[in-house]
Design a protein around this ligand. Structure first.
Ligand SMILES: *Cc1c(COP(=O)(O)O)cnc(C)c1O
Length: 793
């Protein structure tokens, strides 16, 4: 076993600095020290990682393969030290070496290989699978450029490419020997009565492995990301003729496949490159899975006994036909048997009901890029129609389109939604007919890893929890319930208050530095951070902010509860309405923050470039969690769970996992408002719903009037005419209909916050009752209900 002592750590850091980085300590930069520390920590992961792999091989244990186009990982250094139990030692050693641990940690760029919730879920799942000892591989794409960087110019969002890989990425191991050829295009031929695909293009998928270490280093799994390489490296003839650009063309073309992450997962992208990326990930993963399986010496028909494959949304739904292709065309299995084997291995997680996000491909495009798969899909569809006689509108290929949701459903043995409400809607609406024919929809409510989202990001609160109930809650989060009796005691509540306040003071300093706005740590920190989307209703929040501003101006002497409204989040670059909302928030912030009548009663801040690291800073300092989506639209949410764990009560609608948060925490500790999913559908039947709601609400009229008059855009009074017009005449997401209820709920928040004891008790009970939202619980659910796999610990 490796020596985990402090002198050894110090020695290893210095050794890496000298021999891996070639730097003299006297001239080493923060970057050099970070690399040296990262390599020293990585060394300590390698042994448990090998041990886990060996044990899985030796016992022939079933493995889980998690296929996802996104992994929103964030930073890894501090997370690794925490799971190894070496965090404080690392801080100490770095201090002895004259380095500040926080500075080192914050030098690491975020690995932002995802857009938002879906990608972050995949990252939490990887950590939880390692923690509970579920042997697993995550498969994704090693995007050279992750999610774009956001900045504001004149209040408008401006995007620039993100470049996390320009620095050395110390956590990964390149595996040039693990490479697979990925075919595209070309045509089909018949040889000896069999269909043979003759591809027109190929690229190479090369593996890069990152070990993922679980809590206390008891188990480690692999995140295997694929980078695209050309199969023919270089055109030497052309180079010799002096045509350098053309000579490099094959390389450039191949690399495009893993160049960029599509910056939107809530809209379907009908682009050939996107389809190629999806196939690239899926085919590389399945080829790797079959290679590993065969190395174990098993029969292919036993694949489901040893392999469970989970599709994170429909992005890897080509896995069904691709697995059939590999089994039939490359391994000689009969078609029907291959289909049964594939279905027994595959599971599909649905993440959205938004119609614009449901993937469909024109059969023309699909058949062009993947001709053999088009043929296989038509065969599956025929078989399904002839065997089950679904209604005529149900099927995989309809109106010259391939529907990936239906494909994923039919090719899986289990389909799950991500919260109780969402799974119910998937069953009743999206896949009603299919589920009638093949009942297979279950629910697995999302979760988040408490190691990153409590232990690591909120040291004051984590310390208090350990002092109060002892160690061990990190991997047994239900134990937080033991805090409940303490939530009645004023000494504990004072400590809880002090922990929150320390986070708020730290955040206030950071806001001053990054936004130039002075905020008081005595104010209520009201936080809405997530992707900017109409259904998430940042617009509702900013309209209420304007109403509050209006009321403060009208009666500045009233005993206002001071508030800081904190926004964070990116809009997809092509999403004009979302970008307009960003602009409005920034315009409102400029006016409110500089109005001398307002002072500390209200501040609005919107730091640029929301990402995992910013979430880790904002959420522990939040007093109030904004989860105000139009009911029926947010599949689960996971931000809501992070806030709850960190002791921030929710103001929210009955949507996604809010429903279960409310259930756990009790309605006296949750600010519920708004239409229910059913009422939303009914309300929309009234074509005048927006106008009716606005005419019934004087405050809302005042707010819309202020915006329309250009109060927040004096240099361009007409800037928001269209936006105001949309609220009056369209308002698909029912901002107007929920406005009064939201405002009333915000008034209740003020009242509750002014009662210190009551508020602290609410906040503490949110933490105490958040145990259900550990992703360990979610993973155990998948292991039992979907994957049929046991812990290897
Ligand atoms: C948790 C998280 C999300 C998801 O937030 P929701 O509020 O559930 O949409 C998105 N982005 C980042 C960076 C996160 O950490």
């Amino acid at each position: 076993m490796r020596d985990l002592s402090e002198p050894q750590l110090k020695q290893d850091i210095l050794r890496h600095l000298t021999y891996t980085l070639g730097k003299d300590a006297a001239h080493a930069s923060t970057y050099d020290w970070r690399m040296a520390l990262s390599f020293a920590i990585r060394d300590r992961i390698v042994e448990p990682w090998f041990a886990s792999t060996r044990k899985t091989w030796d016992t022939g244990h079933k493995r889980v393969y998690y296929l996802s186009m996104e992994f929103l990982i964030g930073r890894l250094l501090e997370d690794a030290t925490i799971n190894l139990g070496l965090r404080d030692m690392a801080e100490q050693v770095m201090a002895e070496l004259g380095q500040d641990f926080r500075t080192i940690v914050e030098d690491e760029p975020d690995a932002a290989l995802g857009n938002g919730g879906l990608g972050r879920l995949a990252a939490c799942f990887m950590e939880s699978m390692a923690t509970v000892g579920c042997p697993a591989y995550g498969y994704g794409i090693r995007y050279e450029h992750g999610l774009f960087r956001q900045r504001f110019e004149g209040g408008r969002q401006v995007e620039s490419p993100e470049d996390w890989l320009t620095q050395r990425h110390p956590w990964e191991f390149e595996r040039p020997e693990a490479a697979y050829t990925i075919p595209f295009k070309g045509h089909l031929e018949t040889r000896d009565g069999r269909d043979v695909w003759v591809p027109g293009e190929t690229v190479l998928a090369e593996a890069y492995d990152t070990p993922v270490i679980g809590w206390q280093g008891k188990w480690a799994n692999t995140l295997r990301l694929w980078g695209a390489k050309p199969t023919t490296l270089f055109d030497l003839d052309r180079f010799n003729r002096g045509d350098y650009a053309a000579a490099a063309a094959p390389e450039t073309l191949a690399r495009t496949l893993s160049r960029v992450l599509y910056p939107d997962d809530t809209t379907y992208q009908g682009k050939e490159l996107r389809l190629k990326q999806e196939f690239f990930l899926t085919s590389a993963a399945l080829q790797d899975i079959l290679r590993r399986f065969k190395a174990g010496g098993f029969m292919l028909r036993d694949l489901p006994k040893h392999v469970a494959i989970q599709m994170n949304d429909t992005h890897p739904a080509i896995a069904g036909p691709e697995l059939i292709r590999l089994l039939v065309d490359e391994n000689g299995m009969e078609f029907m048997e291959a289909m049964e084997v594939a279905r027994a291995c595959l599971g599909y997680t649905n993440h959205t009901l938004l119609p614009e996000a449901l993937e469909r491909w024109a059969t023309f495009t699909f058949g062009n890029v993947l001709p053999r798969h088009m043929q296989i899909i038509e065969r599956i569809d025929h078989w399904h129609r002839d065997t089950y006689h679904p209604p005529h509108w149900v099927g995989i290929v309809k109106h010259h389109e391939v529907r990936m949701g239906e494909l994923a459903f039919i090719m899986s043995h289990k389909v799950n939604g991500v919260s109780a409400l969402h799974s119910d809607l998937v069953k009743k609406n999206l896949f009603a007919e299919l589920d009638g024919l093949h009942p297979r929809i279950i629910n697995q409510t999302n979760g988040v890893t408490p190691r990153r989202w409590l232990k690591m990001c909120n040291r004051p609160l984590a310390g208090l929890i350990t002092d109060t109930i002892g160690e061990g809650w990190e991997a047994d989060l239900d134990r937080l319930r033991e805090l409940e009796p303490h939530a009645k005691k004023s000494a504990f509540l004072a400590d809880f208050d002090a922990a929150k306040r320390a986070n708020k003071v730290a955040l206030a300093g950071w806001i001053k530095e990054h936004c130039g706005v002075t905020v008081s740590a005595d104010a209520l920190f009201d936080v809405q951070v997530k992707r900017i989307h109409e259904y998430k209703r940042q617009l509702l929040n900013i309209l209420e902010t304007i109403a509050r501003y209006h009321d403060i101006k009208a009666d500045p002497k009233k005993d206002w509860v001071p508030r800081v409204k904190i926004f964070g989040g990116k809009a997809a670059p092509g999403y004009a309405v979302a970008k307009e909302i960003i602009h409005l928030i920034n315009d409102v912030a400029a006016v409110v923050n500089s109005d001398p009548d307002v002072g500390d009663r209200l501040k609005v801040v919107y730091p640029e470039n929301y990402n995992v690291s910013m979430a880790e800073r904002l959420i522990p300092a939040a007093d109030l969690s904004e989860q105000i989506s139009t009911a029926g639209k947010e599949a689960s949410g996971t931000g809501n769970m992070k806030f709850m764990m960190n002791g921030a009560p929710t103001i929210g609608t009955l949507d996604g996992a809010n429903v279960e948060i409310l259930q756990e925490v009790g309605d006296e500790n949750f600010f519920l408002f708004g239409l229910t999913a059913e009422e939303v559908m009914k309300r929309r039947q009234n074509p005048d719903h927006a106008r009716d709601a606005i005419t019934a609400s004087q405050p809302l009229q005042d707010v819309l009037q202020m915006i329309a008059e250009g109060r927040f855009s004096p240099s361009e009074p007409g800037r928001y005419h269209e936006l105001v017009h949309r609220v009056w005449h369209h308002d698909y997401f029912l901002v107007a209909s929920d406005f009064d209820a939201y405002r009333e709920a915000q008034a209740q928040v003020d009242t509750a916050y002014a009662d210190r004891k009551r508020w602290l008790r609410m906040a503490a009970l949110n933490t105490a009752r958040s145990g259900f939202f550990s992703s360990d619980r979610t993973i155990r659910g998948y292991m039992a209900d979907v994957w049929d796999v046991k812990s290897a610990l």
